[in-house]
Design a protein around this ligand. Structure first.
Ligand SMILES: [Fe+2]
Length: 360
């Protein structure tokens, strides 16, 4: 499979990955030949890139970050939990919420199990979903990334469980804000932005009142927009005043926001999202968190076209799990000329680097 920009797909190209709706139903099945209408529909839905089948890359596999079954179970648990939170609001200690919180612990340990069993570094590019309600997929993605970072930082099982719950619930305060503001696709006005920022304190207040959640989980909601240089909100905390878990969730939040497909802007590719984090790392994020992130996500996902510093071009074939920016590449061209395909492992050829990443 090859990763291509939706804008470059030709009618007749074969879709390489199934595209789901978030209720588990299938929008488009893999193997479907794409028509002009279907391509337009993908673009209308804000899907920036997709995998297509292609003769030169047909043996390149992609592994979803988490299984389809787990994604559906997690989404349905979150829908129930968030729905109840929204309704009960102040009467937080209901037994329903206790049950659903237990479900959440179960979901977190299943995510950890799946991340651990992966042979490759994780990539969420394969998990393309059409969702009416972005909060579920975003919260789940932030949890997946946060747990991957937490595992890299050698947190123990109990800490990872708290971090995972904090990540799933980090934006819970948005449930108490006018949905017209939360879901507004355009730029927010200053007044709306101020309102939106209150999701941190609203989430904290809700979680603090609820005996099913620890103080750390409440602080994840409270502090995930704080930045180590003091430019964040709501309190402008600095450095270690911000809980480590909130810092991890903050970085995962930014990365998922910029690399996700949204109707109103193009999704960045993983290496662009990481560059963005690096460029702000000195000021906004702890560099150890960004390094841990780089060591757990596929910087150049399988199937993406790359150019090397020695004028060779190819496609990423597979990942080296703990050297995520040095994958195995299948070379297809040298100095612009097609060659008999062969592979090179960038983890073994340290003088060769990726200089460009294309969606062709
Ligand atoms: Fe947030």
């Amino acid at each position: 499979m090859r990763l291509v920009a939706t804008a470059t797909i030709q009618p007749g190209d074969i879709l390489g990955q199934t595209i789901h709706r978030d209720n588990g139903t299938i929008l488009l099945h893999n193997g479907v030949p794409l028509t002009k209408r279907l391509i337009e529909r993908l673009e209308e839905q804000g899907i920036t890139y997709v995998y297509i089948e292609d003769e030169e890359t047909k043996d390149i596999d992609i592994e979803p970050a988490i299984s389809e079954r787990l994604r559906q179970d997690a989404t349905s648990s979150m829908k129930k939990l968030f729905g109840n939170i929204q309704q009960s609001k102040l009467k937080a200690n209901t037994s329903v919420i206790a049950d659903e919180t237990r479900n959440l612990s179960d979901i977190i340990s299943r995510i950890m199990g799946e991340i651990d069993s992966h042979e490759e570094s994780i990539s969420l590019l394969t998990d393309i979903y059409l969702t009416d309600d972005y909060i579920f997929q975003h919260s789940l993605n932030v949890a997946i990334y946060s747990l991957a970072i937490g595992a890299q930082l050698k947190l123990n099982a109990k800490e990872l469980s708290e971090l995972g719950k904090g990540a799933i619930l980090h934006d819970i305060g948005k449930l108490f804000i006018d949905p017209d503001i939360v879901q507004k696709p355009d730029q927010l006005t200053d007044e709306e932005y101020e309102m939106m920022k209150t999701h941190t304190t609203l989430g904290y207040d809700y979680l603090r009142k609820n005996r099913h959640y620890s103080s750390v989980i409440a602080h994840c909601a409270f502090q995930h927009h704080e930045r180590i240089n003091g430019t964040g909100y709501p309190r402008g905390l600095k450095g270690s005043e911000i809980h480590l878990f909130a810092q991890i969730i903050g970085a995962a939040d930014v990365f998922d926001a910029v690399t996700s497909n949204r109707v109103y802007r193009k999704a960045m590719l993983p290496h662009e999202g990481l560059e963005l984090l690096y460029s702000s790392a000195v000021n906004q994020f702890d560099i150890r968190i960004i390094e841990a992130f780089k060591n757990s996500v596929a910087v150049y996902p399988n199937g993406i076209s790359v150019e090397l510093n020695d004028n060779r071009q190819g496609v990423v074939l597979k990942q080296n799990k703990h050297i995520c920016d040095r994958p195995v590449v299948r070379i297809l061209k040298e100095r612009g000329q097609k060659v008999e395909p062969y592979t090179i492992d960038l983890s073994k050829q340290l003088n060769v680097i990726i200089t460009k990443c294309n969606l062709v």
